[in-house]
Design a protein around this ligand. Structure first.
Ligand code: NI
Length: 205
């Protein structure tokens, strides 16, 4: 009888030990999957721009918010619309997480991207997409703050100019840390996956 009791205690202890090892292993795996590399702490800088409703906004208006920021221009034939479409699809797929993110499109072509042009353009992609433009000096300041390169390009064969520019989708967390830079070879699925991991990692901090 005593031997039987010892056997039960031993089996229970062994079972608990194994369960503990499995749990510890899973926590470690989760940590590995959720660990998100911060690209830059306290990213960006000051800017004063005008949104698509003709309201002046600054970086302070987006404080403590998750953001997906893209710089481009409305006359861009292919890359900008593709990148904005990726943001839009990702936000829809992300559901309630997507609703916590502010999508922002900032023009690098302030001369052609007037408030009215921006207003019509952002609507094509997402109902909450914010379109920011400003004077050339204001846009230069925003580009500098977010480390964006953009320059007008025109040759004799062109009737109008185009703008050569960096194509980065920035994921920024509420602490203003740059969590990820998505490039043109990243898909909407990549944005969804990394954003979900970033949210999980941020909430477990
Ligand atoms: Ni473009």
């Amino acid at each position: 009888m005593k031997k039987r009791a010892l056997q039960i205690i031993f089996s229970l202890a062994l079972g608990l030990f194994i369960a503990g090892v499995i749990a510890a292993y899973q926590i470690k795996q989760d940590e590995k999957n959720q660990s998100v590399f911060i690209v830059a702490k306290d990213f960006g800088g000051p800017f004063t721009l005008v949104n698509q409703d003709n309201k002046t906004v600054t970086e302070k208006d987006f404080k403590n918010q998750w953001r997906l920021i893209y710089f481009g221009f409305t006359y861009c034939p292919a890359i900008c619309p593709t990148e904005l479409q990726k943001i839009s699809s990702a936000l829809k797929e992300l559901g309630s997480t997507g609703e916590e993110i502010t999508p922002i499109f900032i023009s690098v072509d302030p001369e052609r991207d007037t408030v009215n042009v921006m207003q019509a353009y952002v609507k094509l992609f997402h109902p909450r997409l914010i379109g920011l433009t400003g004077t050339p000096a204001q846009i230069d300041q925003a580009k500098k703050s977010y480390k964006i390169y953009a320059a007008k390009v025109k040759d004799e064969t062109m009737t109008d100019y185009t703008v050569d520019h960096s194509s980065f989708i920035y994921l920024i967390n509420p602490d203003n840390d740059l969590v990820r830079i998505f490039k043109t070879d990243d898909t909407a699925e990549d944005i969804i996956k990394i954003t979900e991991q970033s949210f999980a990692s941020y909430k477990s901090e």
